[in-house]
Design a protein around this ligand. Structure first.
Ligand code: 3HC
Length: 484
């Protein structure tokens, strides 16, 4: 199965990126759009993307011209008749995709492989619309397609032997790593990523923390390339909404219901980067600036106090002990139970250090604004970025990270994908510094299991209960997941 001529139908953000990827790898590309205006937009996207590479000295002008010269643009699907592979990247509406595939089936030669870049729709349903279901696969790229190194190759129960191998080999030619998976809603990456993004929106709606602070915590604290709201804007809120709908339809888990705020923004036409405004608009990201407090006296309590006291002392701030303006209570659990034991509970702020750059600062229902502001100032003094949040189990980072890790364990335990494939998919598809299993092992299985128990006890969300496999490994004293 030789792929030399490739069709790309739909030249939006993803389609234009995919066309560029094929052209860069030396394949001839036929790009199809509905009308001349959309075609011009697609051409503009490819010109800008390759132009940026020239500006950065990654491509010469001549190489760029060669790449763009390999792409033929047309509004006629009939021009795809000789393509060896056609990939579709049109909007995520099953009826549109089904009717496109019926069409392609009639146009293309019988050996052509038809692929869908769907984020979550059933590849099987799309394949069944054609007379060649054995030659229909999912070929799922990640945004921005020229940059992200993963491709999920999705097979169905009727995919012909050989097709998946050939398409995976092609992915290698494109400089991508292929992870092959079966046809389940969200595949590997979106099944793990989107619930986390939806959860971030829920935390913001519950007022646990603000948009910029959540983004900052996940970027600086966990080392993710982008915070969840920046990423939602990149993916597109409409696409994110659609993926959540499909996940919810399959799982019927309440936490998979798209957040009402997502629906509101999508209905208002605020789709993220593609429409110019989503969670973020024109303005820049400003992590919340706690108002400067006046002269501060402070005390520190809880495990790890000495180190923080020493860091503050090195910056010229001495602990004053009893009767301080603010009591910094180091903790990885809510601190209100400690606050109520103080003479003045309004002075207590929970401090949870995440990585070496972020301090989550938990205000209880009793914490005064002055104490919260003083805590933020003290963290800045020692070079930490404060992330103000409510005094809830998991604060921000653990509340978002642990359920994602738990989902990965359940996915593996259900037999859907191997540990190595899941880890590779999240690293290469989303630019995570480590896959979920690598993260679990470096955080410590027991710590994550216990954190999940605390989250479950607080939110009573069934999916937050530790996955049985995780629980059993902790009970058995294991520090790693068995790789079979
Ligand atoms: N098109 C082409 N190239 C782009 C680009 C784009 N839209 N955006 C960035 N780049 C290139 C830059 O030119 C630069 O290239 P260079 O290293 O050769 O100079 C490189 O990417 C890094 O870009 P920047 O320095 O401008 O910015 P960052 O270092 O912040 O990286 C990022 C940007 C690559 C987008 C990074 O933030 C990242 O990896 N974010 C996570 C993205 C992610 O998770 N994607 C998956 C989403 S899920 C999905 O798509 C599935 C769908 O079904 C929903």
């Amino acid at each position: 199965m030789a792929f030399e001529r490739v069709g790309v139908v739909g030249l939006g953000t993803m389609g234009a990126g995919i066309a560029e990827v094929f052209a860069r790898a030396g394949l001839r590309v036929i790009g199809v759009e509905a009308d001349a205006e959309m075609l011009a937009r697609g051409r503009g996207l490819m010109e800008r993307s390759t132009g940026r590479a020239v500006d950065k000295g990654k491509l010469t002008g001549a190489e760029r011209d060669e790449i763009l010269g390999r792409v033929t643009l047309t509004t006629s699907r009939a021009d795809l008749r000789d393509a060896d592979l056609v990939i579709e990247a049109i909007p995520e509406i099953l009826d549109y995709k089904v009717s496109l595939f019926e069409d392609l089936d009639g146009i293309c030669k019988p050996e052509t492989v038809l692929a869908t870049n769907t984020s979550s729709l059933s590849v099987t349903a799309i394949a069944a619309a054609t007379g060649r279901p054995g030659r229909v696969v999912g070929l799922h790229f990640f945004n921005p397609a020229p940059v992200m190194r993963l491709v999920e190759v999705v097979s169905t129960v009727v995919t012909e032997p050989g097709v998946v191998g050939a398409v995976s080999e092609l992915a290698g030619r494109l400089g991508k790593t292929a992870v092959t998976v079966g046809d389940r809603a969200g595949f590997v990456v979106n099944r793990l990523l989107l619930p986390y993004l939806n959860h971030a929106v829920a935390l913001m709606e519950q007022g646990v923390a603000g948009r910029d602070d959540i983004d900052l915590a996940m970027k600086l604290g966990v080392g993710l390339p982008m915070g969840p709201f920046t990423l939602l804007d990149l993916i597109g809120l409409d696409t994110s909404y659609e993926v959540m709908e499909v996940l919810f339809d399959e799982t019927r888990e309440r936490r998979h219901a798209p957040s009402p705020l997502l629906r509101e923004l999508v209905t208002a036409g605020l789709l993220g980067r593609k429409s110019g405004r989503g969670f973020y608009g024109e303005e820049r990201v400003h992590p919340s600036e706690a108002g400067r407090s006046g002269a501060i006296t402070f005390d520190v309590a809880g495990p790890g106090s000495e180190e923080l006291v020493a860091r503050l002392a090195a910056a010229g701030f001495e602990r004053s002990g009893e009767g301080a303006d603010v009591v910094l209570r180091l903790a990885d659990r809510p601190v209100v139970e400690h606050a109520v034991r103080l003479r003045d509970p309004a002075t207590m702020v929970g401090v949870h250090l995440v990585g070496d750059q972020v301090a989550e600062l938990a205000s209880t229902a009793l914490t005064s604004d002055a104490a919260a502001a003083a805590a933020a100032d003290l963290m800045k003094v020692v070079g930490l970025s404060p992330v103000p949040c409510k005094d809830r189990a998991g604060f921000v980072v653990d509340a978002l990270l642990y359920p994602y890790l738990n989902d990965a364990v359940r996915m593996h335990d259900a037999g859907y994908a191997s540990i190595d494939d899941i880890d590779a998919a999240m690293r290469l598809g989303c630019g995570y510094p480590a896959g979920p299993f690598q993260m679990l092992e470096s955080l410590g299985l027991a710590r994550v299991r216990d954190g999940l128990r605390a989250l479950y006890a607080e939110y009573r969300e069934p999916a937050f209960a530790p996955a049985p496999l995780l629980d059993q490994l902790v009970t058995a004293g294991a520090s790693e997941f068995p790789r079979r």
